[in-house]
Ligand binder design. Structure first.
Ligand SMILES: [Zn+2]
Length: 306
């Protein structure tokens, strides 16, 4: 049995995810602009824009440098030709001019993650993932990461993180200014700006909620894109179930879901199931030959799927 996509459901989910992303990122940058304007007017907005752009410009973007931080190394074609073939096929389907480079991370965790962007990107897969998942499931996970690169999600999340940090520091700067000016306000009978004080105290929390919400939306969008790219939503459902065992259980009631950077696996599976339709037809690549990694020098470093 295989599953195919229900086109109408896919389109409506995609539209909703895009609208949500624009709203979340727009509100986050709006929040930063408002705080800059409150503290220093238009000069403050210009300063924040310059800081964000300079930080984005100077942060390392090269996949090779970023992978060194994750202890990853290049995965040569001769080591796993089938994995490179999947990567090439998916990149071609996704309309990439250059196929993202594959990296191997010697970790027992079941994980894959993307670094860089559409023009210069890399996808890392861990030893644990290559040993545990089936051919179809690995293909689905690679497609998920490929969509992150296609949508420049790494840069989007980096931007939201920089904006979030600035909101945090500016909020505390503003709170300190108001608190230090309290004696003067009381001395000269001026009104204390309680409303702005409360707003500055709420701003870092609001920014955290927006960042987490944006991250979850990008995850849903990558799942949807992967299902479209592979035309095999069932494979991603199976991969998610293996990566997070027990994921079919509802979200733990103690979790504060609004602050989670990743959606609950049960919710991701439910969304994928809602756009899928089962049909009776065997998939030819189910019987493809593929080799597992033969390296045993992995570390015990812990990763979460991104
Ligand atoms: Zn992801």
């Amino acid at each position: 049995m295989k599953t195919i996509l229900r086109k109408k459901a896919v389109e409506s989910h995609q539209w909703w995810n895009t609208a949500q992303s624009i709203l979340q990122l727009g509100t986050l940058t709006g929040l930063l602009s408002l705080m800059c304007w409150l503290l220093a007017g238009t000069l403050g907005i210009a300063f924040a824009t310059g800081t964000v752009l300079l930080t984005l410009w100077f942060l390392p973007r090269s996949p090779a440098i970023l992978m060194r931080w994750h202890q990853g190394r290049l995965l040569r074609t001769e080591e796993m030709p089938w994995l490179h073939q999947i990567q090439k096929d998916l990149a071609k389907r996704a309309g990439f001019v250059w196929s993202p480079v594959l990296y191997y991370v010697p970790s027992s965790a079941l994980n894959a993650f993307a670094v860089g962007n559409r023009q210069e990107g890399g996808i890392a897969v861990t030893d644990g993932l290559l040993r545990t998942l089936s051919y179809r499931e690995i293909r689905a996970v690679l497609a998920h990461e490929m969509i992150h690169l296609q949508h420049n999600d790494v840069s989007v999340m980096l931007l939201s993180s920089i904006v979030g940090r600035l909101v945090y520091w500016l909020a505390w700067f503003g709170i300190a200014l108001i608190l230090f000016s309290l004696p003067l306000s009381w001395l000269y009978g001026q009104t204390v700006p309680w409303f702005w004080l409360l707003m500055l105290m709420a701003a870092p929390w609001l920014s955290l909620l927006l960042q987490a919400g944006l991250s979850r939306t990008r995850e849903f969008q990558a799942d949807l894109g992967a299902a479209r790219l592979t035309d095999d939503p069932q494979a991603l459902i199976q991969a998610l179930t293996k990566i997070n065992p027990g994921s079919s259980a509802p979200v733990h009631s103690g979790d504060f879901t609004l602050l989670r950077s990743h959606p609950a696996t049960s919710e991701r599976i439910a969304r994928l199931a809602s756009i899928s339709q089962a049909v009776w037809e065997p998939r030819d690549f189910l019987w493809c030959d593929f080799n597992r990694p033969s390296y045993l020098s992995w570390t015990k470093r812990r990763y979460g799927w991104q």
